[in-house]
Design a protein around this ligand. Structure first.
Ligand code: SAM
Length: 490
């Protein structure tokens, strides 16, 4: 049937409102064409029927014909002349403008609805969404709170408020709201992603022992105080809490630009820095150093780089990639670098406990041994005191990096070590030694004072028996953040 024919066809039984109700039901059931024909039939009977125009406007929008949708909905609003039906049409015009990214028009429509119907929950929520994309976050938050009070089970509102709570640092409320949203819309992947992102922040709890590692803080503070000159532009890579950036400002730097790739940490650090009165000299940018540019993020190449991006196995936070790139692009010629020198140290050990951490065999009657290949990766931030290890060799240097000179992204080395005690060679325990500058140092040696890095533990394949004097070859290759060991008897 053509559209003209449809206009002339007989209307469905009953009055026009019943026909309209049936057409909406058809639309909800997915019969878009049937609903459209029914709408056209109503207009054939009453060419000014606002309800039919709203139905056809919605269908036009669904079919991507946004201009027809806008005209039909505007006519529907005018025909309704106020009341519930007019509010619906105006609200849909707002949604249409929002979809077309005409945010001013969308806001005007939602405000028009709210003038007539202040409790229109969807209009409040949609106005909040407009304010959010316009960057008016505080207004958006207030509106979303109002929408939540009007409609406590609105998934859009729960998830938007959950995201805003995370941005404001209220992670507990964020997770509560996102969990509610996810329970109501279990198949919504975006909500799941937001939950995973906020929940992932718990993994950042490793910052606490680091911030409370007084030996580390003292070593960096004293070197920073020796190296910072008045007028210096200091670049810090890896803001964390902002601690080292504030130390540089307190030591007299004119300006500190501090980069942090985890946006939530950058936001928290800004608060910490403001609370301590350094917001005028320390600027935190929520970006990776890899995308930072002189001219855009730094006014000029920096005079001093501070980069505490050291992992328990030295390389795991991409120390090499970060420093090679920063030296090439972000530092003035002759700029200082803190720390100046870092070493990865090691010792061969026997450990009864380790077996539970690096191997698996039969469990509850099942053979899980195929999983063992995962044991090749080092265990990070492992407390080797808990490992109950027994030293089989003296400590030896595994990697030595002078961060003040040119650096290569890869390297290899072969070290020969003599066993000093008899035992089973279960693992190579690794730790970092830092020369922050020529005077301040730090060691993560497990035989020494507590270290927030703890140690990394590299299991040894085959776990050979050693007797005193037996020589062992430690082969090692590293590529940026990965180190590969090959440990065997000579
Ligand atoms: C070991 S923490 C140090 C935090 C702080 N500087 C301190 O010493 O207390 C390293 C921080 O650097 C950040 N980070 C690592 N590599 C980065 C990079 N290339 N650009 C920006 N931030 C980075 C990490 O997200 C982490 O928060």
């Amino acid at each position: 049937m053509s559209e003209e024919d449809a206009g002339q066809a007989a209307a469905p039984a009953g009055d026009l409102e019943a026909a309209l109700g049936a057409a909406w039901a058809q639309l909800r059931a997915g019969d878009v064409d049937g609903a459209r024909l029914a709408g056209l039939r109503i207009l054939g009977r009453d060419p000014e029927h606002g309800g039919a125009k709203r139905l056809l406007g919605g269908i036009a929008a669904h079919n991507g014909d946004l201009e027809s949708a806008r005209l039909l909905l505007a006519e529907a609003a005018a025909a309704a002349g106020g009341g519930e039906e007019a509010a619906r049409a105006v609200h849909e015009l707002g949604c249409l403008a929002f979809a077309q990214q005409d945010y001013e028009a969308a806001a005007a429509r939602f405000l028009e609805v709210l003038e007539a119907r202040p409790d229109h929950a969807d209009a409040v929520a949609n106005l909040a969404s407009v304010r959010l994309v316009q960057g008016r976050h505080e207004e958006a938050r207030t509106l979303f709170e109002r929408a939540l009070a009007l409609s406590p089970g609105n998934v859009q509102v729960l998830s938007a408020l959950g995201r805003l709570a995370a941005q404001a640092g209220d992670y507990a409320r964020s997770l509560r709201l996102l969990a509610q949203a996810s329970a109501l819309a279990p198949a919504d992947g975006q909500i799941e992603q937001a939950v995973a992102q906020v929940a992932g922040l718990h993994r950042l709890a490793w910052h606490f022992p680091m911030m409370n590692d007084a030996r580390r803080n003292r070593a960096f503070r004293s070197a920073i105080e020796r190296r910072v000159r008045p007028g210096d532009l200091v670049l810090e890579i890896g803001t964390g809490s902002g601690l080292l950036a504030m130390m540089a400002a307190r030591a007299g730097a004119e300006r500190v630009i501090s980069l942090e790739l985890v946006p939530q940490l950058a936001e928290l650090a800004r608060g910490v820095i403001a609370r301590n009165g350094y917001a005028d000299r320390v600027e935190v940018l929520p970006i990776s150093s890899r995308v930072a540019q002189v001219g855009e993020h730094l006014p000029r190449p920096a005079d001093l780089l501070i980069a505490e991006v050291l992992d328990a196995n030295l390389l795991g936070e991409d120390l090499l990639g970060t420093l090679v790139d920063a030296r090439e692009r972000l530092l003035a010629p002759g700029a200082g670098v803190l720390p100046e020198r870092v070493r990865l140290m090691g010792r061969l050990v026997e450990s009864e406990v380790l077996e539970r951490y690096v191997s698996v065999g039969e469990v509850e009657g099942f053979d899980l041994s195929a999983f063992e290949r995962l044991a090749l990766a080092p265990l990070m931030r492992f407390d080797s005191v808990r490992l109950g290890n027994r030293a089989l060799s003296a400590p030896f240097e595994v990697i030595d990096l002078d961060l003040t000179g040119p650096l290569a992204l890869s390297g290899s080395r072969r070290i020969e070590v003599a066993a000093e005690a008899a035992g089973r060679l279960d693992a190579l325990v690794l730790w970092i030694d830092i020369e922050v500058d020529g005077e301040a140092g730090y060691s993560g040696d497990p035989e020494g004072a507590w270290s927030s890095w703890h140690q990394a533990v590299q299991p040894v394949a085959g776990r050979p028996a050693l007797e005193p004097g037996r020589r062992i070859a430690v082969g090692l290759e590293w590529h940026r953040r990965f180190a590969f060991f090959d440990i065997g008897l000579l």
